[in-house]
Design a protein. Sequence first.
Length: 577
Amino acid sequence: MLVCMLLLGCTDQDAPKSTVDELVGVDLSFFVPNPADISGLDVVPTRMADDVVQLSTTGARELEDVIIIPFKVRGTIGIDDVPSQHLSYSSWQVFPKTKGQFYYNGMCQFVNGVASVLVYGHGASGEEQNYYGSTTANIPPELTPADISFVPTQIRATTAYDDKAEALATYLTDIANTKGWSTTDDSKLKALYLNFIGKKDNTSEYHVFAGSSTSIMGYVDELYKEVGKFTSNATLAAAIQAAIASKATITVAGVTALDESLSGYPANIDLPDGAAAVQWISGEDRFAPQTTTTTIAPITSVTRFAYPAELYYYTNSQISTSNEAVTSATYESETIWNNVLQNYTGSGVVDRSTRAVAINTPMQYSVARLSTSLNAAPETLTDGDGVPFKYGVNWNDGSFPMTAVIVGGQYPVGYDFKPETYAAEPSESDMRYVYDTQVKTREVAGGTDYYYLSPTPYSGNTNTLVLQSYEGAKVTVVLEFENRSGTKFRGKDCIVYPGSKFYLVGYVDPTVKSGSDDYFRRVFTQDYVTTLSMTVNKNCLANAYSVMPDLLASRMEIGVVMYPKWDVITPANVELF
C-alpha cells in the first residue's frame, strides 16, 4: 500500500486532541483527464517527446508529486482562506483510462471538517531543465493561498561574468592592444582599429557586439583576412594576425576554430547566443562582457532568461465523501469519473464516519502552450545593405534553421496560476523570457530536423510550455535562427557572421482579437493553446538582431505584427518583417 506523509499534523502524537480537529483515516482519489478532454482541442504531438509537453491523447502524463491543501471552506477556495492541513504524496495507485487516469491512495488522513482542497500535481520529469522545463514552486505549510506562488526558474541568477565570457573579452583586448595598432599613422589600419573596437562615428560611444563564441570567431576571422591584404605596414598586419592566431586554429580558409577555453559560450551556461555581449570600455583600453541592461548597453540582462514552464496540474475543488469504503476495484472497472463520484453519498464534509474522499473537479493543466509554425518564405530575402539573398543561389533549405523560441511577458503566478493573484500590477524586475531550445520537430526520414526558412512551408508546430500572462498585456515573441548560408549579412545595426545566431523580434497583442470568451483577454491562458503561424517578409534579414536587445525599450524595432483577427484555437497569422 501507498504511504501518505502528512507534513502538518501527520502523526498520532501530533494530532489535535479536540473533536473538531481530529484526524480521520480515508481513502483518497482524483481524476486527471487527457489533454484533449481538458482543452477541447484535437492536438497532434509535434514538439519533443509526448511525455514532456503532454500532447498524447491516450492518457495524461503520470504525476511525480502531489500536494493537497485541505480547507474547511464549503465552496471555491479564495486567496485569503486559511488551510487546515498540508499534505504531500509521492506515489499513487494509477488506473489508466481511455479519457485519462484515476489516482487512488488507500492510506490518508484528513482533518475533521474538511470540505474543499487545493491540489498541485507535478509531472514526472528528468533533471534536464532545458528539456523538461523548470518552475520554482513556493508552497509553504501553514500559510494562506496568498503565500503560494510559482515562478519561472532563471537560467542564470547572477550578472557575474562566466569564465569563458571573460576569456573571450581578454582575447579581443589582446588583439586590439597589438603594439602600434592604436597609434598607427596608416589611415586604413587606423580605421580598421576604430571599427574593431566599435567606435561610433563622431561620438565618444562604442557599439555593443555579439559576445558569443561563434560571433567572435566570425569577427576575428574577418579581421584576419582583412589585415592579410596589407602590403604596406606588413609587420603590424602580421602582428595583428599573430594575436588572432594565438588562441585560434588558422587554415587557408581563415579562422576555423577558437581554443577550447573560448569555445561554446554561452551555450555552456544554457543561455541563448544573443544573451552574450561585449563592449569596449573607454579609458580602460579593454573589452568587457556586458550582462545587464544599461544606458550604454541596451541589451537584455542575462538574469531575465528562464527555462520553459514545467508541466503542472492544478484544481480548486470541493470534495465528495463516503461513509463506506470505496475500494480500488471501483476504479479498475469504471471509465467515467462522474460514475465514480456516484459511489460517494456522504455530506461532502469529512467527519468521524468518513471512510473515502474523492476530489470532485478533475485536475487540469496549470500551464499554457504556445504552438509556433513557419509559413513559406519569399524566394528573395534582402539584408540591411540591400543585398538580395536568392533562394537556390546563396541560400536554400539548410541556410536558416530555427533553433529556439523566446517568449517574453512571463511573470510569477499565484496559487491559481494567474499572475494577477501574485501582483495586481506586473513588475519589470519579475519579468522573464522563456528560452526554449527544443524546436527540432520537423519529421524527416530517420528522425526529426529543424524547421528552416524556405519557400516551401512545413506542416506541424513547435510547442513551448509557458505560464498564463496578464490580461491585456502584449507579449514579446522572438525566433532564433542560425546563419548556415556561409555568407555574412547585415542585420539591424550588426553583422551576422556564418555560424552565428540571429533574432527576429515582435509581439502579440491580445487586444487585437475577436471573441468574448475569457481566454481572449490575454495572450496565454492556462489549459489553452495559443497558435501562431509565422510568415517572414522579404526584408526580415535587415531587421535581424545578433544581440538580444532590451525588449522593454520603447525604441526597439518591432518585427512581428499580429493581424486583427486573433484566436487561441485557430492559427493566427504573424508577419516577421
